[in-house]
Design a protein around this ligand. Sequence first.
Ligand code: GDP
Ligand code: ZN
Length: 306
Amino acid sequence: MTGRVIKSTGSWYIVEDETETRYECRIKGKIRMKGLRTTNPVAVGDLVEFEKEPDQPTAVISKVNERFNYILRKSINQSHEVQILASNMDQAILLVTLAQPRTSLGFIDRYLVSAEAFHVPVTLLFNKFDLYSEENLESVREIEQIYIKLGYPVLEVSVLENSGMDDLNATLSNKISLISGHSGVGKSTLINQLIPGLELRTSEISDASEKGIHTTTFAEMFKFPSGGFIIDTPGIRELGIIGIEKEELGHYFREMKALMPKCRFHNCHHMHEPGCAIVEAVETGDIEASRYDTYCSIYLNRDTRV
Ligand code: GDP
Ligand code: ZN
């Protein structure tokens, strides 16, 4: 049988088949994936082959079908290994707030770089619109424009006031969507609103009780009422910038990728080289200074490979 892994505890997996029947599955023997060394052989989102165990309610996963994309993070315990957080998603929705708390542009850019590298399209969802005054709105819209110009879809909502939710619902319906965001942006509140009856804990309640506890968290998929799934990765706010070579970093900044062929040197790092088309574009304002700053900060903090 074929099914999709919708939940993982690390040793047990909930797999749902086409008829929406759910099975508690485990792995028998070794499941190897080509090339990728990960601490978890099976991840949420995976399409798997599985067989029911004789005389038992449980089933066994025998094969993981090829993933068309996946997101990774460094494994907590073994720093050289990576954990697959989720796979086979249609899109990621990054929640952003510019007040209470303010999401930094660097955070947004790093997320976009990882998503480009992982082949996951991103929509930016600006939340807490009820908090912005006329004055604030102007600067919010300026920031939105940076990303709209690059081709990233932007949505505006106030989860609290339930406004702007129609466009969001349309974006999510019949898709598998990863939902991410910096702590406090309203991710749990949003997911609870999108999926009535779920009751994820929001940060006000969970902060005190979770202090000091370092448990391994796994992603979980929830059925979206108008079709599709939402993937939540509790406790994981960023996508790791993993496996990106210094030389290829510029490729994940869309506006840089387009201009790079114009650099004088084909192996230009876009830092101090003469005739660098990227540096020139930053000077003329064609490339946003904040985006270039993020490029430099990732580039300079990086060993040759992470
Ligand atoms: P999470 O850390 O991203 O899961 O954030 P939570 O969902 O726990 O929300 C953090 C705080 O932001 C809570 O106090 C929410 O009530 C609040 N919040 C969520 N959405 C909105 C919104 O649209 N407007 C305002 N003003 N507050 C919001
Ligand atoms: Zn250059």
